[in-house]
Write a protein that binds this ligand. Structure first.
Ligand code: SF4
Length: 470
């Protein structure tokens, strides 16, 4: 088992037994479900909206080369710079060199999962720069020195009392846990950063090919400030973020807001096309877009799984996932959590190390049902499992168990025989009281739940009784 898998199992056992944590998450997700349900109902036809979003993303991803080049051409025509980063290291180096070259000391950053993916903040801090997360949730988890808990709501696991005590400890001057007061405290701190920063770093929700624009959506306006006040703006995005036309946002923006937070549209939607022009009063003097590959091209070449690149990072699949609700976001130990993380991470960081994430699913399909771009997530989790079995060496005992299972299930005599053996074993376990002892061979299972009761009649016997023949 890989080190990441062992860590996952350890943390999952701890977190799933933490009932306070589960209550906090449950409450947050219940609220989310209520508003999202109402918001989806406001669409004339939500299923049709999903289908059209799927088409837009499919068109973009199937012609990624063309749309990315079109985007690059438009940006450079307006004086912006494009950097194609094949790896995380290349992306980090480009941004760090740029910051050093311009003598940057303070950076304001708006929420970007790609920046998390490449570990950008620690790299810049190692060079002596001060990096401020300006999204409120990100600001909170940065103060706690922990990664985002969820791709849309990074501080979802915290109560406002916890935030108040954190602010009191780190920022001082906190009198109550009233949310408005806490927001005002964060605002005061961040205002200073906005006005002193020489560089603003943002993510991109979409890259609009036909206009060469970066589309950013936030609820706090922090990205708009952070990309217009500092003299340099760097946007970093995965190559899959491109969409063909500006008009595609007319559907993608409300669908993203609905699935992400249950809003009809997010409060601030900003389109950035280049550096400040001569007659403009604000905006950065330099505009850079870093386009990150980092394994995405390989996923693009995989016809069976390339639709994973359609993801618009709304977080809906995380909220719907019973495993995420139980083990929580930090347990995954990865940038992308939940079902999309389970599908994507093995592609970005290696199947050997992260195949366990594809097993962190009940395969109930709730993720697929809610995905606004109709990614068949639970089947992709199955594909990853199949690929893991094909390419990575599984323990001999697991391989032997599955061979035995296949044999038992594929003919009626062995099925009947093993059904009889199973019932006899359960009877023996109950007769000798093994189900409650440390000798119990099913201990990892029975530690948390009782052994199943033995039914009076087998399924075959019941079938025969009701239908007269097997
Ligand atoms: S896979 Fe679908 S539901 Fe999950 S984050 Fe991406 S777009 Fe949202």
């Amino acid at each position: 088992m890989s080190a990441a898998a062992q860590e996952f199992l350890r943390n999952a056992a701890t977190k799933s037994a933490d009932l306070v944590h589960r209550q906090v998450i449950r409450r947050a997700i219940d609220q989310y479900n209520q508003v999202v349900e109402r918001r989806r109902a406001r669409f004339l036809d939500w299923e049709e909206a999903r289908r059209r979003c799927q088409e837009i993303k499919r068109e973009a991803v199937d012609h990624l080369d063309r749309y990315l080049l079109e985007f690059e051409q438009r940006v450079t025509e307006r004086g912006g710079h494009i950097f194609w980063a094949e790896t995380s290291a290349e992306a980090r180096r480009y941004i760090a060199d740029l910051a050093v070259r311009h003598g940057v000391r303070t950076i304001v950053k708006s929420k970007s999962m790609v920046a998390e993916e490449i570990h950008l903040t620690p790299a810049l801090e190692n060079l002596g720069m001060r990096v401020y997360e300006t999204d409120l949730g990100e600001f909170i988890v940065q103060l706690r020195d922990e990664p985002p808990y969820h791709i849309v709501t990074p501080a979802m696991h915290l109560t406002r009392a916890q935030v108040a005590s954190l602010f009191k400890k780190k920022l001082g001057n906190v009198e109550t846990d009233d949310p408005q007061h806490l927001v005002a405290v964060a605002r005061r701190e961040l205002r200073r950063a906005f006005f002193s920063a020489e560089m603003g770093i943002s993510g991109a929700n979409f890259l609009v090919a036909d206009h060469g624009m970066v589309a950013i959506t936030t609820n706090e306006g922090n990205a708009r400030l952070g990309t217009s006040l500092p003299r340099i703006h760097v946007a970093i995005a995965g190559i899959e973020k491109v969409v063909p036309r500006l008009q595609d946002l007319a559907l993608l923006w409300p669908v993203l807001a609905t699935s992400g937070t249950g809003q009809p549209i997010t409060c601030y939607n900003t389109l950035i096309g280049g550096p400040r022009k001569q007659n403009e009063v604000d905006g950065p003097g330099e505009f850079h877009v870093v386009l990150l590959d980092n394994g995405r091209s390989e996923l693009l070449a995989d016809v069976e799984q390339r639709e994973v690149l359609h993801c618009i990072r709304c977080g809906a699949c995380l909220n719907a996932c019973p495993v995420f609700q139980t083990v929580g976001g930090h347990t995954y130990g990865t940038t992308y959590q939940g079902p999309i993380g389970g599908v994507l991470t093995p592609h970005l960081r290696g199947l050997d190390e992260f195949q366990h994430l594809s097993y962190a699913s009940s395969l109930c399909g709730a993720c697929t049902d809610v995905c606004p771009v109709k990614i068949d997530l639970h089947h992709h989790l199955l594909h990853n499992r199949r690929n893991a079995v094909r390419t990575a060496k599984r323990p001999w005992i697991e391989r032997a168990a599955f061979k035995l299972w296949r044999w038992v299930m594929s003919n009626s005599v062995s099925y009947a025989l093993f059904g009889w053996i199973g019932r006899a074993a359960l009877r023996a376990a109950y007769a000798f009281g093994l189900e409650a002892t440390p000798l119990d061979p099913l201990r990892p299972w029975t530690k948390y739940r009782p052994l199943p009761r033995i039914p009076a009649k087998s399924f075959r016997a019941l079938w025969k009784e009701n239908h007269g023949a097997e």
